[in-house]
Design a protein around this ligand. Structure first.
Ligand code: PBG
Length: 330
């Protein structure tokens, strides 16, 4: 970098002297177009249930989804992500409920598409953890999560979600080869326009704690997910994961968690020409939210944290703050 001039001729503070001057030289900014809102759904009627570990976030029964969707559409949030809290009785070791066309996610997609048509995008996780009795993302056999057998079920789960009207299929399971198999199956079944958003660089992280509470897989999870999710010490490996998913047909790749992994977002952006999304996960949300509620930090920290993703190179962010800040951003 060439710097022309030096102090006292050069004073970087001139460009920061007041609000209008700062706005003119701003390099990145956050808008509502950058936000994806996760929604937790639960069985029952007329329910809006708070989640202890995620203050300000709720589980909605399917009939109550419009209360949050109306808001999302009013503020022009481009997409929602659906996550089910599955009744324990419906869970089994193979996660069969994932393939039930009347499961919570399928019912939610149908309702949203019927009521709102194409006013908002729907993305759905492809993984078995909300449905398995052991809480793993795939089939567990003798303590091992099986790759190829799991992928076969994930392909069926993807096709089912596509049939229901899901716009963006988001494999979050970290099995090898699943993006290619899902792409092939979608194309073969006339779902050529359905996007695949791959959770390509997903780390085995402690920051998912509150989410597992929100979908009810926390108590059931046996062991950890280190044999399929990535080691948080690695970055080269993330580029390999990304490259493979691009070759297999991903339209968008995601990095998850968010804030501790800004370097990964940046290096993907530098190495590949593909949209990169970030996931500000549940643990990050709860940390910031609790600190704001206790007046340890102020609300601006939400915008600051999200703008950080933009600066690193993310084009959009999945965040539980989406509905809370959309009004402010508009
Ligand atoms: C499931 C999945 C997880 C999250 C999104 N999809 C949890 C996990 O992998 O254990 C975490 C999201 C969050 O913490 O906000 N495959």
């Amino acid at each position: 970098m060439i710097i022309t001039g030096k102090y006292p001729n050069l004073r970087l503070r001139r460009n920061r002297k007041n609000d209008w001057a700062r706005r003119l030289v701003q390099e990145n900014s956050l808008s509502v177009n950058d936000l994806i809102l996760p929604i937790f759904v639960i069985d029952g009627k007329n329910k809006k249930e708070s989640i202890k570990t995620m203050p300000g976030v709720y589980r909605y029964s399917v009939d109550k989804i419009p209360t949050i969707l109306d808001k999302a559409i009013k503020y022009k949030i481009p997409m929602v992500a659906l996550f089910p809290y599955t009744n324990k009785k419906l869970k089994d070791s193979l996660g069969f409920e994932a393939l039930n066309e009347n499961n919570l996610v399928c019912r939610s997609i149908r309702l949203i598409k019927k009521k709102y048509k194409n006013k908002i995008g729907i993305m759905c996780d492809v993984a078995l953890d909300p449905y398995t009795s052991h809480g793993h993302d795939g089939i567990l056999q003798n303590g091992k999560v099986l790759n190829d057998e799991t992928v076969e079920i994930l392909v069926k789960q993807s096709l089912l979600q596509a049939e229901m009207g899901c716009d963006v299929i988001a494999p979050s399971d970290m099995m090898d080869g699943r993006v290619g198999k899902i792409r092939k199956a979608l194309d073969k079944n006339n779902f050529k326009d359905i996007q695949i958003l791959s959770y390509a660089a997903k780390y085995a992280s402690g920051f998912y704690g509150p989410f597992r509470d929100a979908v009810g897989s926390k108590k059931s999870l046996k062991g950890d997910k280190k044999t399929y999710q990535m080691d948080y010490s690695n970055s080269q490996e993330a580029l390999r994961e990304i490259k493979l998913d691009i070759i297999e047909g991903a339209d968008i790749v995601m990095v998850k968690p968010g804030m501790p992994y800004l370097d990964i977002i940046k290096s993907i952006k530098e190495n590949f020409k593909i949209p990169v999304f970030a996931y500000q996960v549940s643990g990050e949300y709860s940390l910031i939210k609790n600190a704001i509620d206790k007046k340890i930090i102020n609300k601006n920290c939400i915008i600051e944290s999200l703008t950080g993703f933009k600066r690193a190179g993310a084009t959009a962010v999945v965040t539980y703050f989406a509905d809370q800040i959309a009004k402010y951003l508009k």
